[in-house]
Design a protein around this ligand. Structure first.
Ligand SMILES: Nc1ncnc2c1ncn2[C@@H]1O[C@H](COP(=O)(O)OP(=O)(O)OP(=O)(O)O)[C@@H](O)[C@H]1O
Ligand SMILES: O=C(O)C1=C[C@@H](O)[C@@H](O)[C@H](O)C1
Ligand SMILES: [Mg+2]
Length: 172
């Protein structure tokens, strides 16, 4: 069974994924990183040159390759949840750990690393995060097998919490 990390941008999937993979000694697959490796450039370049629909196709292709593995930690991009095929494939052999954080904390975290390409047109940075976060909230809730709020914890504490709860659920 895989552990699949999902959640909005800036909720901590990649940071938590790295620590979880080390602590549980399980291989880590970062979908965003694999897309960049396939494309040979970063996500902003893919989106600028080919557009979001092409990025989503590349993302679905990586998901289909990763979902068939076993015993891995899978660090998803924030938009993986948008495609029902992605969700179906990942849940076949995976438990979804949804990372969440308050919009306020997400804004703060995303302001620090402004390298994420915009998801909408004509909205300010803050307006975009609020709109997309609210639009996606029901999708994230629907896929979650476990929810973990990362707003107030440090990454290491979040990982300890997740490991403890996974033990209790008998997932590990
Ligand atoms: N408790 C926590 N758990 C996880 N990350 C945290 C926590 N507290 C602060 N952070 C910070 O949140 C920031 C965003 O984390 P990260 O890049 O892992 O997000 P992400 O969910 O992978 O975003 P994206 O969808 O854009 O890839 C990092 O700087 C990380 O250190
Ligand atoms: O939330 C999203 O749609 C995205 C999140 C990132 O992880 C990247 O996958 C990309 O920037 C798109
Ligand atoms: Mg990430």
């Amino acid at each position: 069974m895989n552990i699949v990390l999902m959640g909005y941008r800036g909720t901590g999937k990649s940071v938590v994924g790295k620590i979880l993979s080390k602590q549980l000694k399980r291989p880590l697959f970062s979908i965003d990183r694999m897309i960049m490796e396939d494309a040979g450039c970063d996500i902003s370049d893919i989106v600028e040159q080919c557009g979001w629909p092409r990025f989503r196709e590349m993302e679905a292709d990586v998901v289909s390759r990763v979902a068939v593995r076993d015993g891995c930690i899978i660090d998803c991009g924030g938009g993986v949840v948008l495609n029902p095929d992605n969700v179906e494939l990942l849940k076949r052999n995976g438990k979804v750990v949804l990372l969440d954080a308050s919009l306020e904390v997400i804004l703060e975290r995303l302001q620090r690393g402004r390298d994420r390409p915009p998801l909408t047109e004509g909205l300010s940075f803050e307006e975009e995060q609020k709109k997309v976060y609210e639009e996606r909230a029901p999708l994230y809730s629907a896929v979650a097998d476990m929810v973990c709020d990362t707003s107030r914890a440090r990454p290491g504490q979040t990982v300890q919490q997740i490991i403890e709860r996974m033990h209790n659920y008998g997932w590990i």
